[in-house]
Design a protein around this ligand. Structure first.
Ligand code: G6P
Length: 609
């Protein structure tokens, strides 16, 4: 959460910082601010609300400055107002800092600094950083930052500037991402790649404990002991257009429509129909190691957790190993029974989610085998997991996850098949059938996307509802949870997902005339049960939108509206079912006048616990 940028070179810093922040707004958008160094003084401008408020208030603000730092905030400590916006400064106004993360011991540091005569202007944890620099400064900004990080506890990516060291910026990281973009006669800093992609593809990825001195011509990195670190240049492979809207009104819609391509890319080179096999060259788990695994935990947050729920069902049924799925913020504080025969699968689009990373570290600590499914190459989670299976969704910018989710599901199929092959729990016929289904998947998603108009009409009709329900059984229940989450996060309509058979144990009392109920009925073995559950809500005059495979005729007679998805193997159905649900949330949010890509109070990358 929070996006930070930095620039030092020969060009005007302000537009570079603002453009960079625009690419990071998905990380938080409660307030934004920049600080530049001009003629030996640090000048700060900040505004609460979205970045546009800051942009509109610039009025030619220090356009000659050639170095600066910027920040877009997702509030943790202190309300989203101008005072709490970053950058924060010290008492003299010469030092400015932007920070992403949480300084956990800020209260005691703040008290100590106050006792030393410092005065604070904000309620933030971050403000202790510029004051600490001021307190400890003895002429060298980077040396001072080394001392500062030895005093702070918590997570941070931070960039500091000091009027007394005008030719450089200083940066440090611990548990929050920070990359350095390498230019010619100029260098960049950012929380994420899109912010610098326009300028350079050559980057250094800062590791935990590292501190960097960035001048226009040099980047020097040292470890926590101050010893120089030789970094390898990481070359970014993304195309710039991948991080743009390309004519779509919103990133979310673009990303929904990118799913066929994302699925194809995630499958590419990993499945062979002729051999009836999945090949995951990057995974080091061989037959012997796989045969030793007696328990699997899947852990993740948000949408990735819902992908994990589908993963549990697939791995258990294909590979016949017990799987538990746990929310990462729960697992990390639970006394989990893990050992060297446990496989812990962590799923994270960003590869930076604080709770997921902490759970991964706990699993590593107790000696479990760990495997990450992530969309971001070289992210913290990718680096720390024993094995990594990348999803190739490409950058996902909208806060609501769509293509990352469907590619996570694809990763679950691949893993399920892979483990089943190694454990010899699947016969060739079944493997071929599922692989065939996977190969046809992207075309089927394209067909499903053609339902847009029908979904839009349903959204228009029911956009004034205050509450909605999503019901399903088995895999459909896992998808119902994701559908309800999508609707809540971007349209702000209350939505609850229920295992269809559980509705009558309480929640049915909320089903009254006109309440929209989305019923998922893709699982043949419980189809009749689902029809009974649909009839139960219809008997209470709910309005039902059903999703079912094309062959399941008859359902349209019991519901108000039916959307048919292409027929597929039942384990594959979630990828197809979720697409109309993503569209439903999108059109509902549009209809209700919500900010689709940047819903209130949320952020894309949650690097605080
Ligand atoms: C945030 C995002 C969600 C995402 C979750 C986990 O809440 O808004 O879309 O599912 O974090 O993120 P991760 O990057 O770990 O998948």
């Amino acid at each position: 959460m929070c996006g930070i940028v930095g620039y030092i070179g020969e060009q005007c810093a302000v537009p570079i910082l603002l453009e960079g922040l625009a690419k990071l707004e998905y990380r938080g958008y409660d307030s934004a601010g920049i600080a530049v160094l001009d003629d030996g003084t640090v000048e700060v401008k900040k505004q609460k609300g979205k970045l546009n408020n800051l942009v509109n208030s610039m009025n030619g603000f220090y356009k000659e400055a050639v170095s600066g730092i910027g920040h877009t905030r997702w509030a943790t400590h202190g309300r989203p107002n101008n005072e709490n916006a970053h950058p924060h400064t010290d008492c003299t106004g010469k030092i400015a800092v932007v920070h992403n993360g949480i300084i956990e011991n800020y209260m005691e540091l703040r008290e100590w600094l106050i006792s030393r005569g410092h005065s604070f202007k904000s309620e933030t944890d971050t403000e202790v950083l510029p004051h600490l620099i001021e307190e400890l400064y003895q002429g060298d900004l980077v040396d001072t930052l080394q001392q500062v990080i030895s005093k702070v506890e918590g997570s941070y990516a931070m960039v500091a500037m000091n009027a007394e060291n005008s030719g450089e910026l200083a940066a440090a990281r611990h548990d929050s991402p920070l990359i350095i973009g390498l230019g010619e006669g100029e260098n960049f800093l950012a929380s994420d790649i899109p912010a610098i992609l326009k300028h350079t593809r050559n980057t250094y990825i800062l590791e935990d404990g590292e501190v960097a001195r960035i001048t226009p011509r040099e980047v020097n990195i040292s470890d926590s002991q101050g010893r120089p670190v030789l970094k390898e240049v990481f070359k970014v492979q993304w195309e710039q257009g991948q991080a743009e809207k390309n004519g779509y009104p919103h990133f979310m819609l673009k990303e929904i429509y990118e799913q066929p391509r994302a699925i194809r890319d995630t499958l590419a080179g990993r499945v062979s129909l002729d051999e009836g096999k999945v090949t995951l060259k990057e995974i080091k788990l061989d037959e012997e190691k796989v045969s030793q695994i007696d328990k699997i935990y899947i852990t993740a947050c948000g949408t990735a957790y819902h992908a994990g729920m589908v993963g549990k069902s697939i791995i258990e049924s294909l590979a016949r190993v017990p799987v538990e799925v746990d929310i990462a913020s729960e697992l990390r504080y639970r006394d989990v029974m893990m050992n060297e025969n446990t496989l812990v699968i962590v799923i994270s689009q960003s590869g930076e989610t604080a709770d997921t990373l902490a759970s991964l570290r706990e699993a590593n600590r107790v000696g479990a085998r760990t495997l990450a499914v992530t969309n971001v190459v070289d992210s913290s989670i990718a680096r720390e997991a024993g094995d990594v299976l990348y999803t190739w969704a490409g950058p996902e910018i909208a806060v609501a996850s769509t293509k990352a989710y469907t590619t996570q599901l694809v990763a679950m199929y691949l893993l399920g098949l892979y483990l089943a092959q190694k454990r010899e729990t699947i016969d060739r016929g079944e493997a071929v059938e599922i692989i065939n289904n996977l190969r046809e998947l992207s075309t089927k998603v394209e067909t499903t996307l053609q339902n847009g108009e029908k979904i839009k009409q349903f959204a228009e009709q029911y956009s004034n509802s205050t509450s909605s329900f999503f019901i399903g059984r088995g895999l459909d229940y896992a998808v119902a949870l994701e559908g309800a989450l999508k609707l809540k996060e971007i349209s702000y309509m209350h939505a609850e997902a229920y295992a269809a058979g559980e509705l009558k144990h309480g929640t049915l009392s909320l089903i009254v005339e006109g309440v929209p109920v989305v019923a998922l009925a893709t699982q043949q073995h419980v189809y009749d049960k689902m029809i009974s559950n649909i009839k139960e809500v219809k008997a209470r005059d709910a309005t039902v939108l059903a999703l079912a495979p094309e062959g399941f005729t008859g359902i349209e007679q019991v519901v108000d509206e039916a959307v048919f998805i292409p027929e597929a193997h039942p384990v594959i159905a979630p990828v197809l079912t979720v697409v109309p649900l993503q569209m439903l949330a999108y059109y509902m949010a549009l209809q209700r006048g919500c900010d689709v890509d940047q819903p209130r109070n949320l952020a894309k990358s949650v690097t605080v616990e």
